[in-house]
Design a protein around this ligand. Structure first.
Ligand SMILES: [Ca+2]
Length: 188
């Protein structure tokens, strides 16, 4: 199973064979569409468009051969359109989550002809337009701020004996992406 058309309200996408190593020379594309397209009508006044659903992607497992095998995540349904790319992911580095700005999101998994790795498992869910989604709280840390809407800020601190690595605060940007990943708390 490689690629496909998926619908909301939620689901899971994995690399082929997961949790066993993926194949070489793979090229899989997925398009996720929110389940209620009747609410997606650009001709509606702005106030009515607030009920529009967008797609939130959360990374559960991620391990690709760094620099050679990639998962590209983009907004909308035009696979490969460089103007819509949010992230080209490789290795084990991912954002906490990705939120589309339209009712669709695309994913493209490409591998080269040698060396595989574990692959990935991501979950998706449709949420209301106008926010970045909940990025979570770091282990051994705490968070102030509860809003995930445009302009909202979250502030992080670590418990005593732990040191914060990363950004102390992050902001929900207009493109539905947090300004940075949430920090982590490591033992001093
Ligand atoms: Ca490879």
């Amino acid at each position: 199973m490689c690629g496909g058309q998926l619908r909301g309200p939620s689901g899971i996408i994995t690399s082929p064979n997961f949790p066993v190593q993926y194949d070489n020379n793979a090229n899989c594309t997925w398009i996720i569409t929110a389940s209620d397209p009747s609410k997606v009508n650009a001709s509606l006044p702005i106030t009515d468009r607030r009920s529009q659903k967008v797609i939130k992607l959360t990374f559960e497992e991620f391990d690709l051969e760094r620099g050679y095998d990639t998962l590209t995540v983009g907004d909308g349904a035009v696979i490969g359109d460089q103007r819509t790319v949010f992230h080209v992911l490789s290795g084990t580095t991912t954002p906490d989550l990705v939120v589309s700005t339209s009712h669709q999101m695309w994913l493209n998994f490409k591998t080269d002809d040698t060396s595989g790795s574990l692959g990935f498992k991501v979950s998706y869910e449709e949420i209301n337009q106008g926010g970045c989604g909940d990025p979570g709280i770091p282990a051994y840390g705490k968070r102030e701020g509860t809003g995930f809407r445009h302009g909202d800020k979250l502030y992080f601190e670590c418990l005593p004996a732990f040191e914060l690595v990363g950004k102390k605060n992050i902001t929900c940007q207009k493109n539905n992406q947090w300004s940075a990943k949430k920090p982590s708390c490591v033992c001093k």
